[in-house]
Design a protein around this ligand. Structure first.
Ligand SMILES: *Cc1c(COP(=O)(O)O)cnc(C)c1O
Length: 377
């Protein structure tokens, strides 16, 4: 099936009791058992919920995977993922991941005996070099937040397969509409469904998708054992949202391409980071592994004053963390999402104090461009 057909139908059958076209919100913590040892396959809400199962199936299909395992936030899914390794194990990570991922790994999980190497995964040699005898996982984010660097997913999966390592890709920025890491041989895809998948800035959620029976079995066990599951209502909202993912992503991208061109051609920004610009150093890789360029753009305005002026004066862009919603958001990575990354490390990555990140929404593009122009007046 095509993406939109899957988005609207996968995981969703009319409710067998009433024929309701939309999967109901099964807002229940427990289920009546017919007699001792006999039930309908549902015992307790943490373990089984049909609204959640429908949403998991829906997103798994969109990611070309067999199984989806949902959590109450993107970070809860990242945390659950780490249950696949144990104390003494080593993980090679992209050095420019989402700030919260860095915080979880470096400032929380390191204390539990996990070891992390942070390398620029845009160059696969760096991954090879970082692998040690105790390496168990390669964790990449592509494109990265906020610098929009890409990592070659096929290359990563080949390195991982050769050494029997688990490969993981955080695909939040592209959404399943523009990129499907599993099709390049990656073992697990991670999403903060808070972002494009839900897309309406009203849910916090996360999901892991895999086609491996073995990984699924373990993660399903972990989901129940650690219990960080999303509410039935949140699952329902996410499923409501995936129905329009294709049309939203098309519009996000159309706007972002125009917005990036405006920033670039007007000379307002010193440097624009967007994989859809032919000046992006990995433009060719972008065209190879993505079906579009997404809606995220970062721009370095050269001096802090200009950056602050834009951040303070825009009226349609909302200053705020997060991304991927229908409304445009603007943020300052150095003090917001990446505040917990030490300044020297930030600067090395290009996250200067004059860098501004735009999550280009689906409003009228002329209004978004005028918003920035007016902010600078
Ligand atoms: C937001 C985000 C996360 C964390 O997700 P939450 O839902 O906020 O817990 C992880 N990765 C990326 C790329 C993100 O943007």
């Amino acid at each position: 099936m095509g993406f939109s057909t899957d988005a609207i139908h996968s995981g969703q059958q009319p409710d067998p009791v009433t024929g309701a076209v939309i999967t109901p919100i099964y807002q229940t913590s427990t289920y009546a058992q017919e007699e001792l040892g006999k039930n309908k396959g549902y015992e307790y809400g943490r373990t089984h919920n049909l609204t959640r199962a429908s949403m998991e199936k829906n997103i798994a299909t969109l990611e070309k995977g067999k199984y989806g395992i949902a959590f109450a936030s993107g970070l809860a899914s990242t945390h659950a993922l780490l249950s696949l390794v144990k104390a003494g194990d080593h993980i090679v990570c992209s050095d420019n991941v989402y700030g919260g991922t860095y915080r979880l790994f470096e400032l929380v999980m390191k204390d539990y005996g996990l070891e992390f190497s942070w390398v620029n995964t845009s160059d696969l040699i760096n991954i090879e070099k970082a692998i040690k005898n105790n390496t168990k996982m390669i964790y990449v984010e592509t494109p990265t937040n906020p610098m929009l660097n890409l990592t070659d997913l096929k290359g990563v999966s080949e390195i991982a397969k050769k050494r029997s390592l688990i490969s993981v890709c955080d695909n939040t920025f592209m959404s399943p509409y523009f990129q499907n890491p599993l099709t390049f041989g990656i073992d697990i895809v991670l999403h903060s469904s808070t972002k494009y998948i839900n897309g309406h800035s009203d849910v916090i959620g996360g999901i892991l998708v895999t086609s491996s029976d073995k990984i699924h079995e373990r993660l399903r066990y972990i989901q129940n054992a650690t219990g960080g599951v999303p509410s039935p209502f949140d699952c329902w909202l996410v499923m409501r949202s995936t129905k329009t993912l294709a049309v939203r992503m098309e519009r996000h991208e159309k706007n972002a391409v125009q917005f990036a061109k405006f920033l670039n051609d007007s000379g307002i920004a010193k440097k624009v980071f967007y994989p859809g610009l032919s000046s992006h150093p990995q433009y060719e890789l972008a065209k190879k592994q993505m079906r579009g360029f997404g809606g995220m753009i970062s721009a370095d305005f050269g001096d802090v004053q200009t950056a602050k002026k834009i951040l303070k004066n825009v009226k349609i862009f909302t200053l705020g963390e997060s991304l991927g919603g229908v409304e445009s958001l603007i943020s300052h990575p150095a003090s917001m999402t990446h505040g917990s990354v030490p300044k020297e490390d930030r600067e090395k990555l290009g996250i200067t104090d004059s860098l501004v990140r735009f999550s280009v929404g689906i409003e009228d593009i002329e209004d978004l461009i005028d918003d920035v122009k007016n902010a600078l007046k």
